[in-house]
Write a protein that binds this ligand. Structure first.
Ligand code: DOR
Ligand code: ZN
Length: 428
């Protein structure tokens, strides 16, 4: 059994402690622990976090292996400090059957770089017309609990109601991509002063907010769990805050890019900024940061959306929507939330590991850093300053909005059940 001693890391940003990993488990946490033949990682000044968990990753396999595979996506995840990701269902074929989710789950087991929990589609072919075989996906080896038509909205209220009713039986959750389709026909960017000036089709905040308002009411009516994907507006925050104040079972996520970027960037017409939901305004960014800080928004989810360059390096109107995010998420959160004083590192552990693991009901992930727990751990050097260069990404795709930007922090080590997947910033 291999042993690793992480020496002098600030556990969740608090006291500097030694952490001994023995095999797959945290064996001891304390001061002056004996190395006793263990490999030693000197972690002076570094922060030790529970392994990060992403609720929203597009791994693209099967079907779009030109943009990402389970192997390359989980390598990117490990580089970003993740030990588990939820793989979205909008693949080709769509993950709407037990067969496809089992295939993704098996590929994840073989990749080894992080745990892969498949998300099942809510409706057949993401078409919003007929419920997919939710029960069979749950019963399969993949044990699916999170269902989403992400990329598309489950806009039919009856289908949404039935989905919420169905998953209630096994403690599942519907993760909604909130986008009223009629209100966003031809939409290219946030509807506001910038879209008016640029003459691009606007994507009104109300298209997101009206679906969230309907769905929190449906979730309350059914008594089931709703998770709202990638909140992007101040109004969405208000609705989720209201739903939570009622005690309803509603959770929400925000992406790193919606915590940092605004629609002003679209003036460049660079499709790297084209994303769904669109980048919004400064006031929305402020509201999202505050909501993540006060817990109204439960977690950060990357919406890692890899696209090959031919789908992004074209004119704005033709470009695909989405940006990669796994390898920069923690740095963006450090920049927008920690360095602004909105969240401490314990808060980061909560919003990027504990809560997303709890929402996905993942066993063995999002656990405290203490003796007897599985050794899923991330070590971060917060003092590091570097410039993002997508040429060094483990992801197969390069569509990052942060190319050339200086961002703080670096994941130096990631441990998946005691085994290093990243050491000294490099994949193992
Ligand atoms: O920007 C996005 N890209 N938003 C989504 O909802 C889907 C995703 C994708 O699959 O590319
Ligand atoms: Zn989405």
């Amino acid at each position: 059994m291999s042993k690793t001693l992480i020496r002098g890391a600030k556990v969740l940003g608090d006291r500097a402690l030694d952490v001994l990993i023995d095999g797959e488990t945290v064996a001891a946490v304390g001061t002056g622990l004996d190395a006793d033949g263990a490999r030693v990682v000197e972690a002076d000044g570094q922060i030790l976090l529970p392994g990060l968990v992403d609720l929203h990753t597009h791994l693209r396999e099967p079907g779009r292996e030109d943009s990402e595979t389970v192997l390359t996506g989980t390598r990117a995840a490990a580089r970003g400090g993740y030990t588990a990701v939820h793989a979205m269902a909008n693949t080709f074929p769509v993950a709407d059957t037990a067969g496809v989710v089992e295939q993704v789950w098996r590929l994840g087991r073989e990749s080894g770089h992080c745990d892969v929990q498949p998300v099942g589609a809510v409706t057949v072919g993401l078409e919003g017309k007929q419920l997919a075989e939710l029960g069979a996906m749950h019963e399969s080896a993949a044990s699916v609990r999170v269902f989403s038509d992400d990329g598309k909205c489950v806009d039919d209220a009856v289908i949404m109601r039935r989905a919420l009713e169905y998953v209630k039986a096994f403690d599942g959750v519907i993760a909604q991509h909130a986008q009223e389709p009629r209100l966003t026909e031809g939409a290219q960017m946030n509807e506001g002063t910038v879209s008016a000036e640029l003459g691009l089709g606007g994507w009104p905040a109300v298209a997101e907010e009206s679906i969230i308002a309907r769905d929190v009411l449906l979730a309350a009516h059914v008594g089931s769990r709703l998770h709202v994907c990638h909140l992007s507006t101040a109004g969405s925050v208000e609705i989720v805050r209201w739903a939570k104040s009622k005690g309803w079972n509603v959770t929400a996520e925000v992406t790193p890019h919606h915590l940092l970027l605004t629609d002003e960037l679209v003036r460049s017409y660079d499709p790297v900024y084209k994303v769904n939901p669109p980048l919004r305004t400064e006031a929305d960014v402020r509201a999202l940061r505050e909501a993540l800080a006060d817990g109204t928004i439960d977690c950060v989810a990357t919406d890692h959306a890899p696209h090959p360059h031919e789908d992004k390096d074209c004119e704005w109107g033709a470009a695909a929507m989405g940006m990669v995010g796994l390898e920069t998420a923690l740095s963006v959160v450090q920049h927008t939330m920690v360095e602004t004083g909105l969240l401490d590192w314990a808060g980061v552990a909560d919003r990027m590991s504990f809560r997303p693991a709890a929402i996905g009901r993942l066993a063995g992930q999002g656990r405290p850093v203490s003796a007897g727990e599985p050794a899923n751990l991330t070590l971060v050097d917060p003092a590091y300053r570097g410039t993002v260069d997508s040429a060094g990404f483990a992801s197969r795709s390069r569509n990052t909005p942060y190319q050339g930007r200086e961002l703080p922090g670096r994941v130096t080590h990631t441990f998946l059940r005691g085994r290093a997947t990243v050491m000294d910033g490099k994949l193992v």
